[in-house]
Design a protein around this ligand. Structure first.
Ligand code: PGA
Length: 280
């Protein structure tokens, strides 16, 4: 299974999100079989999550209705967990946050907790994006605490790592990313899916992508860390690539050994382009 994640960053409000969802949902229906093999995730700005969650409920309610009728059951006979499982499963795309705090509540102006993300329908959360590491001074230690907080609420973290241009030029990228992974992944808590997104900072939003060899080298390192250092930490392991992904390069990147998916920024703002990437 490939995981393809749309990171909208600080873009798209109600109107844009509406037309995005309309186009995306239709294209998913048109390509049902292919989408059955993909885990697609959209990470909108936090104020849009609840809205998108309710917009995506329709399929789930229809499914629930048919289960109620076919099993001749009363809606009250379902537990809350059963209801949310049926409804979430039918969404054409999963929802993720772009960050969360490591505390569950408290005096943290402007932050959101993992439990709040869960309440508004998130199944994933991006953590440690370089725009958070750089712009909000997040360290590996802080990210590890956030990862733990997300896992405790049953949210799958998408943990971002990646070196700067300077680090790459000094040929220190492998040791740098090794340290980021080892220090951002808590090892005292069990993951269902451990997802690492390798996003070289010099590639994010620049239109420059690493060569296939460069991605392959990092994917190999990540898988080696999974097998040798993080064995037993998770049930499943995934390595995503992110940084200037478009439908022009997505197929080639997905073909690279050990790459299990993509984290897409700018190109994901256009639903048709995002679908092309998902189908590549
Ligand atoms: P980009 O962003 O696709 O616009 O380069 C990727 C990301 O930052 O996740």
């Amino acid at each position: 299974m490939k995981i393809i994640v749309a990171n909208w960053k600080m873009n798209h409000a109600f109107e844009e999100a509406d037309s995005w969802l309309k186009v995306f949902s239709k294209l998913v229906l048109d390509n049902k079989n292919k989408f059955a093999e993909i885990e697609s995730v959209v990470c909108p700005p936090v104020f849009m999550i609840d809205y998108i969650d309710s917009e995506l409920m329709d399929n789930g309610f229809r499914k629930l209705d048919s289960i109620v009728k076919s099993q001749n059951r009363n809606i009250e006979s379902f537990t809350e967990e059963e209801l949310s499982e049926i409804i979430l499963k039918e969404r054409p795309i999963k929802i993720g946050g772009q960050d969360c705090h490591f505390e569950d509540s408290g005096s943290f102006t402007g932050d959101i907790s993992a439990s709040s993300l869960k309440k508004i329908g998130c199944e994933y959360v991006i953590l440690g994006h370089s725009e958070r590491r750089e712009g909000h001074f997040e360290t590996n230690e802080i990210i590890a605490k956030k990862v733990t907080a997300a896992l405790k609420k049953n949210i799958t973290p998408i943990i971002c790592v990646g070196e700067s241009k300077e680090t790459r030029d000094q040929s220190k990228h492998l040791e740098f990313v090794y340290k980021q992974i080892m220090s951002s992944v808590p090892q005292d808590i069990k993951f269902d899916k451990l997802i690492i997104a390798y996003e070289p900072i010099w590639s994010i939003g620049t239109g420059v992508t690493p060569s296939s060899e460069q991605i392959k080298e990092m994917a190999k390192l990540t898988k080696k860390i999974f097998a040798e250092k993080l064995d037993g930490v998770a049930n499943q392991y995934f390595m995503l690539y992110g940084g200037s992904v478009t439908s022009q390069n997505s197929a080639e990147i997905l073909k690279i050994e050990n790459v299990d998916g993509l984290l897409v920024g700018k190109a994901s703002l256009d639903a048709e382009e995002f679908v092309r990437i998902c189908l590549s």
